[in-house]
Design a protein around this ligand. Structure first.
Ligand code: RP5
Length: 163
């Protein structure tokens, strides 16, 4: 099979209210020069949109899908059920259970349909983007170099002594 060197990342989320968290994933991908598209797709409120997106994701040149969802968070699992593109789930911090509900819904996928689950909230959104960039970097030298540079500058930013 021909290798596609310009795969994009999709950042999807169940609601507008998830965007303040998922924006952090956008920020990282911008810094590392990874092409991405952002969409609101809800498994329960817009199931047809979800189906259309997932079944055309390969044709639309997506190489990784980051899916943020909160509460009874079935979006990442449903997307993974519909495509073999890697899906990274970000559990959104919910009001009532602080995101534990989201975390367990996303992490506890029964065997056969995987979702790579990140931490709850902003750390998860940031790390999902870094992981997505690592996956894209396997076939994209520019992204690989920028990701290595980003990590090096993070290392350099850590002071030896606390002030
Ligand atoms: C989920 O329900 C979304 O991912 C969001 O985290 C949560 C609450 O959505 P809103 O009621 O704020 O739209 O589908």
């Amino acid at each position: 099979m021909k290798k596609n060197k310009n795969l994009k990342v999709a950042i999807i989320m169940g609601s507008q209210s998830d965007y303040k968290t998922m924006k952090l994933a956008e920020n990282i991908l911008k810094k590392i020069g990874v092409s991405f598209e952002t969409k609101i797709i809800s498994a329960h409120r817009t199931p047809k949109r979800m189906y259309e997106f997932a079944t055309s994701a390969k044709k639309n040149n997506f190489g990784v899908i980051i899916a943020g969802a909160g509460g009874s968070a079935h979006l990442p699992g449903m997307i993974s059920a519909l495509t073999s593109i890697p899906v990274l789930g970000v559990p959104i911090e919910s009001k009532k259970l602080k995101g534990l509900d989201s975390l367990l819904s996303i992490a506890q996928m029964p065997k056969g349909i995987p979702v790579g689950t990140l931490a709850i909230g902003e750390d998860g959104a940031t790390n999902a983007a870094l992981l997505a960039a690592s996956i894209i970097a396997n076939n994209n030298f520019n992204v690989k170099k920028k990701l290595e540079k980003w990590r090096l500058s993070q290392t350099k930013s850590v002071k030896k002594k606390p002030k």
